[in-house]
Design a protein around this ligand. Structure first.
Ligand code: ADP
Length: 563
């Protein structure tokens, strides 16, 4: 632009110089002819005039050019500023949008948390009310049947315990502290057990149960047996729960170390808008039939988290009124054989060597009771306290081999107490932390940590015993090593009618997978079908009420053999 203007001005200057020159020459000739004597002066004046005019013109052109350049620079600068401002405004808008998004995410998380808390309170309130109400009635000697009252209290407690277990599972999985064990599973037997159990349940509900087995299944695979069972049980019990007519089908396929489990039903199906929601805690389907069915709304949340924690994938296809299909895809590495008979847990009776002592520190008397009930029969000397101030005193007096220390004590925490114990320098003292808060989990035995092991409440008693054995390096003695010590057999002959006998297999299968509620239902059916079996049913019922599945199975085994 500037180049063009410069060229133009130069051209103009040339034209101006030439025309002015020609004009002045003409003027010169004109006046030189009139005044020949003054021609020298005229030439001189005209020449000066010419130089002056050309110089003026050049200066004006230069000034014009300069002012144009300045204006253009100013324009460019203001254009640059405008663009910078626009960029800044756009950046602000982007930041604003991101902030807005972050705010929405935080609000959604907050809302979810509130919903969680409301959901939990709501879920806890009704069983708690039942327990509270019946406990008060019993206390006041009101005319309620104590058996009924205790049954309601037990059922409600079970429901609460399911809820707490479920929530803890979710919390452990979300917090990444869920430990997945690598058990050796006899896959065909494992699946058959589950199939046997659900076939019974499905048939009892008038449904057809189909087990579509693969041609090839590895004999042994590596996986967390308890968790895998939990996944299949959750999906199959839902399939049965939400299907009124037709069939429930379990299809299993296994290829290149990947197992596919498909649980398909011809039930009520799931609305499109529910298909994601039902995997959230406490969310249940909107259909009337779904809302009427009992449940906590935690099953699918746990199932999905479990599958994902095991590195797998859970997908859902469903059509309202036609049915649902849940697919689980999991890597289950196969093994050629197993040296371990993982299903059979030998009953521990005690340990060899000197008596070991254990100090229990927990402000909850029922947990102390549970741990004493577990450890004392195995030959441990157990002292306990709920008062953290007493711990050092008791430790100095009894010199325990192991301290089981609750993290959440009133006053100083379990961690402070553990530090205090370490400062006492008791030789070979082992400390096991116990906590109901999975987020506190910290593997023990690391340098700088006061504890040697950590267990999360509620714990499996067998797991606690195993941990104690490992920590103290114990050499356990087992039931079958000591003749005649364990005798859980039924010492009298039981005769059952033909109609009762058909229940034995079903009760046995349910016992194998520990499905306590289904066993209770089956026992009721059995006594209704054959009132003579009442004594037998009530003994089994007592064993189940005490969760003594081992004696329950032994009893059934013997009766089945006799028949
Ligand atoms: P719950 O069964 O205790 O309600 P879940 O988390 O297991 O909790 O299931 C959540 C919801 O998903 C159920 O309430 C039901 O609406 C829906 N659902 C789960 N499985 C099925 C199924 N097989 N068919 C139809 N609806 C299902």
């Amino acid at each position: 632009m500037i180049g063009r203007l410069q060229k133009r001005l130069t051209q103009l200057l040339l034209v101006f110089a030439v025309t002015t020159g020609v004009l002045l020459v003409l003027i010169y000739f004109h006046y030189a002819a009139q005044f020949p004597r003054e021609s020298g002066v005229i030439r001189h004046i005209l020449l000066v005039e010419y130089v002056y005019l050309v110089a003026m013109f050049s200066i004006i052109a230069l000034l014009l050019l300069r002012s144009y350049e300045k204006r253009r620079d100013a324009q460019l600068e203001s254009e640059r500023q405008r663009r910078r401002l626009q960029d800044e405004v756009a950046a602000h808008e982007r930041t604003n949008q991101e902030l807005q998004r972050a705010k929405e995410v935080a609000e959604a998380a907050n809302e979810l948390k509130s919903r969680y808390v409301v959901g939990i309170s709501h879920e806890i309130r009704s069983p708690l009310n039942a327990i509270y109400g019946y406990a008060q009635l019993l206390e006041r000697n009101s005319p309620v049947d104590p058996v009924d009252a205790v049954r309601v209290i037990r059922r409600s407690s079970e429901h609460l315990s399911d809820l707490v277990d479920g929530l803890l599972d979710i919390s452990r999985m979300e917090g990444g502290v869920m430990r997945i064990s690598r058990d050796t599973i006899r896959l065909p037997d494992f699946l058959q057990q589950i199939v046997d159990m659900f076939r019974l349940q499905a048939e009892a509900n008038g449904l057809n149960f189909i087990y579509d087995q693969p041609e090839y299944l590895p004999a042994y695979v590596n996986a967390d047996q308890k968790r895998l069972r939990q996944v299949l049980i959750n999906l199959l019990s839902n399939a049965i729960k939400f299907t009124r007519h037709g069939e429930v089908r379990l299809t299993v396929r296994y290829r290149t170390q990947i197992a596919h489990f498909e649980i398909e039903d011809t039930g009520i199906g799931i609305d499109e808008e529910d298909r994601n929601r039902i995997f959230e805690p406490f969310e249940r389907g909107n259909q009337e039939a779904a809302r009427m069915a009992p449940g906590t709304g935690l099953g699918l949340t746990i199932t999905k988290l479990l599958v994902e924690t095991m590195g797998g994938e859970l997908t859902l296809h469903s059509e309202v009124g036609k049915g649902s299909r849940f697919r689980v895809k999991l890597m289950l590495s196969s093994m050629l054989s197993s040296d371990t008979e993982e299903d059979v847990r030998r009953e521990i009776l005690g340990y060899r060597g000197r008596r070991r002592s254990v100090l229990l520190v927990d402000d909850n008397p029922s947990h102390i009771g549970l741990m004493r009930g577990t450890l004392e029969p195995l030959g441990f000397d157990v002292v306990w306290t709920s008062d953290s101030a007493m711990v050092n005193l008791l430790a100095a007096q009894y010199r325990p081999d192991l301290v089981l220390l609750d993290v959440a004590l009133g006053g100083p925490t379990g961690w402070d107490v553990a530090d205090g114990l370490r400062a006492m320098d008791i030789p070979d003292l082992k400390i096991m932390m116990v906590s109901g808060n999975a987020h506190e989990y910290a593997i023990g035995g690391a340098p700088g940590m006061p504890h040697d092991a950590f267990v999360i409440k509620p714990f499996d008693v067998d797991v606690l015993v195993d941990q104690v054995g490992l920590l103290l390096g114990l050499d356990w003695t087992y039931a079958e090593e000591i003749d005649g010590v364990v005798n859980t057999s039924v010492n009298e002959t039981i005769t059952l009618s033909g109609s009762s006998r058909r229940y034995l297999d079903e009760l046995y299968q349910l016992g194998r997978i520990g499905h306590v509620r289904a066993i209770e239902g089956k026992l009721k059916e059995m006594v209704a079908a054959d009132p003579e079996s009442e004594a037998f049913v009530s003994r089994l019922g007592d064993l189940i009420a005490n969760f003594d599945l081992k004696t329950y199975m032994n009893m059934l085994d013997e009766v089945r053999d006799d028949h």
